[in-house]
Design a protein around this ligand. Structure first.
Ligand SMILES: Cc1cc2nc3c(=O)[nH]c(=O)nc-3n(C[C@H](O)[C@H](O)[C@H](O)COP(=O)(O)OP(=O)(O)OC[C@H]3O[C@@H](n4cnc5c(N)ncnc54)[C@H](O)[C@@H]3O)c2cc1C
Ligand SMILES: NC(=O)c1ccc[n+]([C@@H]2O[C@H](COP(=O)([O-])OP(=O)(O)OC[C@H]3O[C@@H](n4cnc5c(N)ncnc54)[C@H](OP(=O)(O)O)[C@@H]3O)[C@@H](O)[C@H]2O)c1
Length: 561
């Protein structure tokens, strides 16, 4: 039994992919350390925990892209164009948490389940930072280093619906986080008519689950928002022997066609993003992808699908989904899609703007997530560079950052002149400020630039496990003082550059960088002094898709530096 009164050397909050690989990486480098993982639920896996797998849940990442390079995934029994069931990932993460022990304890042995972190405080003790982490049930642990890996899809966001006076809304309102928990009820005969709200990937999955269960679905996507998600066609173009469209965007060649702030300003970047011919080729490529994906969906062939056509081309995609079932489009075409807002709820009815009433037995809100880290106060969050509610952001903070971002925007346009041109996009829908984390992980505030705290997974890309694995190594190196130290000013400039670029590249202050994983991983590897050019020849480096195997052995390479 470990003595909880002694501080842990490292505490990781969250036992999802990011938390698990972070603890693993630390223990590979410091096997005797006292490490604990705090997890609110009763299982590991986070999004992929058994209890969150709903009927029909499939990955958007193919085989070779949703596993850690240090622990090969057994081949899934069935796949659709290399995509697999959520349960397969769930079993993989469970096995990963038990596959290895350090000082006699596996990762799973170190998880404190049902430890729902409620608050974190800190103090200087004996010249070093000591964090105290408290759970909602009153338990507490202390540690010297703290990694927060609580994910961006954990705190459900539910809009405040207007309820008609005297007409309580009777059907249950369920956020999609609880789709798996409510699946039996939703698929039972007690439920015949369902309203689904939201236009992104969770809404697509929810609608498919319900239609496949024989339900009548009205799907509401608000008219004044970002519109329906762009849904990628998983079929690859017939070139280079690619098995899945994810492989196409995982080649350096294609990733270079996306203007990424994480790439160095080298000859490639100048060719594709600053020369007229390069800009024209890159624009042509993105138009082809839009054409391919929209044709595969069939928006213009089937009028039932027309309201699901994205408002902007793929290049400016805000949130991406992959049509990860063979019959995605035939299935969703059976829903009635309405591009309107909800005026109010009344009795059994959802009343739409314009007055149309839609009777239902359940309302499912696929309305996204709160990006805040709930257990830090607003003041703590602001100091740590975490998102805060826009209405609570201090005027001086906002002014400070907006001035930096305005300056950084000039640099963005110099590097990527094409981003000057912006499509119409509804602004003013954001609820929180952007995270201001150096390398998307570290607070810039000198108070926290001592390597004692950082945040993992504050960024969604197409291949979470690789992101998690490389961030984990960078994080452990940073926390142990192995990376070159940056001043507050240098870090702030870098953060402002990423925000300014994101606003132009993906429109708005979100946290999804869909086509930039590659360049970001390379940036972190360069910081670590590890070779980011990982293929065996120049040709392969450019045209062969990257997957987890290319990153195998990173920890050993780091140890050998
Ligand atoms: C339905 C769905 C499907 C997805 N599919 C893909 C995909 O195919 N490919 C891909 O690359 N990405 C996908 N994503 C993105 C997804 O966010 C990542 O796959 C991944 O799960 C992120 O890992 P994480 O560890 O950062 O967060 P999570 O997996 O969310 O894990 C965070 C953990 O922190 C715990 N936690 C949160 N708050 C507290 C607290 N206060 N105290 C203690 N513990 C806490 C949670 O319980 C959870 O276990 C998907 C997301 C969703 C929602
Ligand atoms: N099978 C899978 O692999 C899978 C399944 C689900 C999710 N995911 C991933 O998980 C991440 C999150 O996806 P998500 O779909 O859960 O969330 P999301 O991308 O944040 O989308 C939230 C949706 O809710 C809408 N919304 C927000 N507030 C609203 C309001 N007040 N009224 C009406 N609509 C509102 C948004 O519309 P506006 O744009 O108008 O704000 C948007 O359509 C993505 O990376 C996604 O790819 C993957």
């Amino acid at each position: 039994m470990q003595d909880n009164s002694l501080p842990y050397e490292l505490v990781v909050i969250g036992a999802g992919p990011h938390g698990l690989i972070a603890a693993h990486t630390w223990l590979e480098l410091y096997p005797e350390s006292r490490v604990a993982i705090l997890e609110a639920e009763e299982e590991v896996g986070g999004t992929w925990a058994k209890g969150r797998i709903y009927p029909g849940m499939m990955t958007q990442s193919p085989v070779g892209k949703i596993e850690f390079s240090c622990y090969p995934m057994p081949p899934p029994e069935t796949t659709f164009l290399q995509l697999m069931s959520g349960s397969h990932v769930s079993a993989y993460l469970e096995a990963f948490s038990q596959h290895k022990s350090w000082a006699g304890k596996s990762l799973r042995d170190r998880v404190k389940f049902k430890f729902d972190v409620d608050s974190v405080s800190w103090a200087e003790i004996d010249g070093a930072r000591l964090y105290t982490i408290r759970s909602s049930s009153g338990e507490s642990v202390t540690c010297r280093k703290l990694m927060v890996a609580t994910g961006l899809t954990n705190i459900p966001y539910l809009p405040a619906f207007k309820i008609e006076e005297g007409k309580e809304f009777l059907p249950p309102i369920i956020h999609c986080k609880y789709l798996a928990k409510n699946a039996d009820f939703l698929l039972s005969p007690a439920v015949q008519k369902v309203v689904v709200l939201g236009g992104a990937k969770s809404a697509f999955d929810t609608v498919q689950m319900l239609i496949n269960g024989g339900k009548e679905v009205t799907w509401i996507i608000r008219a004044d928002g970002a519109g329906p998600a762009c849904m990628g066609d998983p079929k690859p173009p017939p070139i280079f022997g690619l098995k899945n469209s994810s492989e196409l965007v995982s080649t350096r060649f294609v990733s270079k066609l996306s203007p990424s702030i994480f790439e160095p300003v080298d000859a490639w970047a100048r060719l594709w993003h600053q020369s007229k011919i390069g800009i024209a080729i890159s624009a042509f490529f993105w138009r082809l992808i839009t054409l391919k994906w929209w044709t595969a969906a069939g928006y213009d062939r089937d009028e039932r699908l027309l309201p699901l056509k994205p408002d902007r081309p793929v290049y400016y995609v805000q949130t991406l989904g992959i049509a990860n079932a063979a019959d995605t489009w035939e299935t969703v075409a059976k829903a009635k899609v309405v591009r309107k807002g909800i005026e109010r709820l009344s009795g059994r009815d959802v009343v739409l703007s314009g007055g149309e009433e839609v009777a239902c037995d359940a309302l499912i809100a696929c309305t996204g997530w709160d990006a805040k880290v709930g257990f830090f106060s607003t003041e703590q969050s602001a100091g740590l560079g975490l998102p805060v509610d826009l209405k609570e952001e201090s005027v001086s903070d906002r002014k400070h950052w907006e001035a930096l971002i305005e300056e950084a925007d000039k640099e963005v346009l110099l590097r990527f002149p094409r981003l000057e041109e912006q499509p119409a996009f509804p602004t003013g829908k954001g609820r929180t400020s952007s995270a201001k984390l150096y390398r998307c992980m570290v607070p810039t505030n000198p108070e926290f630039n001592d390597g004692s705290i950082l945040f993992l997974g504050h960024f969604i890309t197409r291949d979470t496990m690789t992101l998690a694995e490389i961030q984990a190594l960078w994080a452990v190196a940073h926390m142990n003082g192995k990376l070159s130290k940056k001043t507050e000013e240098e870090m702030e400039e870098d953060v402002a550059l990423v925000i300014a670029w994101r606003r132009r590249r993906y429109l708005g202050d979100g946290h999804t960088f869909l086509f930039d994983g590659h360049e970001y991983y390379s940036q972190l590897l360069r910081d670590l002094g590890i070779n980011d050019v990982r293929k065996s020849s120049g040709w392969r480096e450019i045209f062969s898709p990257y997957d987890v195997h290319d990153y195998r052995g990173l920890i050993d390479e780091y140890k050998a530096l």
